[in-house]
Write a protein that binds this ligand. Structure first.
Ligand SMILES: *[C@@H]1O[C@H](CO)[C@@H](O)[C@H](O)[C@H]1NC(C)=O
Ligand SMILES: *[C@@H]1O[C@H](CO)[C@@H](O)[C@H](O)[C@H]1NC(C)=O
Ligand SMILES: *[C@@H]1O[C@H](CO)[C@@H](O)[C@H](O)[C@H]1NC(C)=O
Ligand SMILES: *[C@@H]1O[C@H](CO)[C@@H](O)[C@H](O)[C@H]1NC(C)=O
Ligand SMILES: *[C@@H]1O[C@H](CO)[C@@H](O)[C@H](O)[C@H]1NC(C)=O
Ligand SMILES: *[C@@H]1O[C@H](CO)[C@@H](O)[C@H](O)[C@H]1NC(C)=O
Length: 472
């Protein structure tokens, strides 16, 4: 808790020590730098049982927890035109969203659902005709339940073929308008959350889960995720890229690790944490194999890339999406060992929640500066500090191409249901109409995007007043 509070203070201090007045504007970024915002299918669409959609593992998991679920969510399925209008008013250049695999192909493979297909065509058309570039994620935690039931979903290599066939449908049907594809969202967190900790769908782990194996499954799933991504990416290059001219990326969750002291041990711990959280996916994508430190520690539990797989995976991401909310100090203390090795004990150190600039610089230097896209939490302090930090990193040579605020509106959230509100637009979930209204962050972002300095200054004053009247 202490760490979380000091985190917020750090960002507030950045803001109120006059970072804003130092000043940067939209025009300081390259012209083609995309500023956008984001949602995902299960968290925004609702209409879970309508027009032929079938459940995903996220539906099943949410219902098993019993409190609330994404059955209705923001009802984006019906309100997408209204929401695109809000995006236009905000001044977004781009919008990132995901396709519900089980809406488009209800059984995960086989026949396409014509109403699902029509919905995504309509939504993409609405975005494009309003000058908003669609960035589409194919998989955002929501595997069709039928594939989970049939063969264990991501645990089985059969997923590679089915995922590629699903991607083929998306490229073929939407690729004339969609130029930015992201195969898998936050692949590292999906894997750890779903198969090591059991806190997210499909809720598998060794401890306190109905089934699973935290020693082996996270690594098997990550391997299959990388191969499925690479297979879809290769298909795109072979069959669509010449005609459609788009690119295919991959996204990971980035934590800004920093050592808690200057000791050599803490420095080594930080490198190790980076290997496990980023290198796990980035090294194969860029160099074709897992980091040495992982191979040594995880040993035979870590799948091995054949030469052919290594070549397939290497270079398969045209860009890397980096989702960043957390920073973390790393100390060289051992986590509690509960009798069997899992991802946390393999990392070997306690990781606790702090910086974007550092993560970008690290990825630039260690992984040859792949093009990056970003999204994160919406608070103005964060936005201001983040956008400033990104600008610094870009000026220092980071090849960052876009920034997507998570989230465009309040959504059904992974771990917290409707309680956490990360949106720039407030959604009144008690109102049958699910009315949307702009928060201050939406006004700030809009003013930034439109270069309206008087509004920005007004908001900064208001914040200063709010902060001096509260006792943080
Ligand atoms: C707004 O502020 C930015 C950065 O301080 C400055 O470059 C720009 O010229 C200002 N725009 C106007 C219209 O004053
Ligand atoms: C996990 O799988 C490994 C390898 O098959 C096995 O040795 C281990 O006992 C399993 N652990 C649990 C908790 O089931
Ligand atoms: C800027 O880039 C250079 C060259 O990559 C690097 O040595 C330096 O540490 C970077 N500065 C910051 C503040 O990250
Ligand atoms: C949300 O909607 C409910 C029902 O329409 C209404 O009573 C309530 O005042 C609204 N809350 C806010 C904060 O607008
Ligand atoms: C800037 O914002 C203010 C108030 O929000 C508005 O009245 C004004 O028209 C805006 N200016 C521009 C150039 O958009
Ligand atoms: C901030 O507080 C000052 C002094 O209390 C007041 O004059 C000013 O109107 C306030 N500004 C805003 C934007 O609320």
């Amino acid at each position: 808790m202490d760490r979380v509070l000091s985190l917020i203070t750090i960002f507030l201090v950045l803001v109120f020590s006059g970072k804003r007045s130092e000043g940067y504007s939209r025009n300081d970024f390259p012209k083609d730098f995309a500023f956008g915002s984001a949602t995902s299918a299960y968290q925004w669409e609702g209409a879970a049982y309508e027009d032929g959609r079938k459940p995903s593992i996220w539906d099943t998991f949410a219902h098993s927890l019993g409190e609330n679920n994404g059955d209705t969510a923001c009802d984006g399925y019906h309100k997408y035109k209204e929401d695109v209008q809000l995006m236009v008013e905000t001044g977004l250049n781009a919008f990132r969203f995901s396709i519900s695999w089980s809406r488009l192909i209800p059984n995960g493979r086989g026949p396409i659902n014509p109403k699902g297909l029509q919905f995504y065509k309509n939504f993409i058309h609405e975005l494009v005709t309003h000058g908003i570039e669609p960035h589409v994620t194919l998989f955002h935690y929501d595997l069709p339940q039928s594939l989970e039931d049939e063969y264990g979903g991501w645990i089985s290599r059969r997923i590679i073929k089915d995922f590629t066939a699903y991607a083929d449908v998306c490229f073929r049907e939407f690729g004339n308008k969609v130029k930015f594809w992201n195969t898998v969202n936050e692949a590292n967190i999906f894997t750890i959350g779903g198969y090591n900790d059991g806190l997210t769908a499909p809720g598998r782990c060794s401890n306190n889960c109905l089934s699973g194996n935290s020693s082996t499954e996270p690594y098997i799933v990550a391997h299959n995720v990388l191969l499925a991504h690479a297979s879809a990416s290769r298909l795109y290059k072979k069959k669509y890229k010449d005609m459609q001219g788009g690119s295919v990326g991959f996204s990971i969750f980035g934590i800004g690790f920093s050592p808690s002291t200057n000791s050599k041990d803490d420095e080594i711990s930080v490198q190790r944490a980076r290997d496990f959280y980023f290198g796990w996916m980035l090294r194969p994508l860029i160099f074709g194999d897992y980091p040495d430190s992982m191979k040594q520690t995880v040993g035979s539990r870590l799948p091995v890339f054949t030469e052919e797989e290594s070549q397939l995976v290497k270079g398969s991401a045209d860009f890397v999406g980096l989702i960043h909310y957390l920073t973390s100090t790393v100390t060289n203390t051992k986590p509690k060992f509960s009798g069997f090795p899992d991802f946390n004990t393999d990392v070997g150190y306690d990781v606790a929640p702090w910086a974007m600039e550092g993560v970008l610089e690290y990825i630039k230097q260690s992984y040859g500066n792949p093009p990056l896209q970003l999204k994160d939490t919406p608070r103005i302090e964060f936005l201001d500090a983040y956008i400033g930090a990104i600008l610094k990193a870009v000026r220092n040579g980071s090849d960052t191409r876009g920034y997507f605020v998570w989230s465009f509106m309040d959504l059904y959230e992974l771990l917290t249901g409707y309680d956490a509100s990360f949106g720039m637009y407030y959604v009144n979930f008690s109102d049958p109409q699910l009315k949307r209204s702009p928060k201050l962050s939406a006004q700030w972002y809009s003013a930034f995007l439109k270069g309206n300095n008087s509004t920005l200054q007004g908001i900064a004053k208001l914040q200063t007043n709010l902060s001096s009247s509260s006792s943080f």
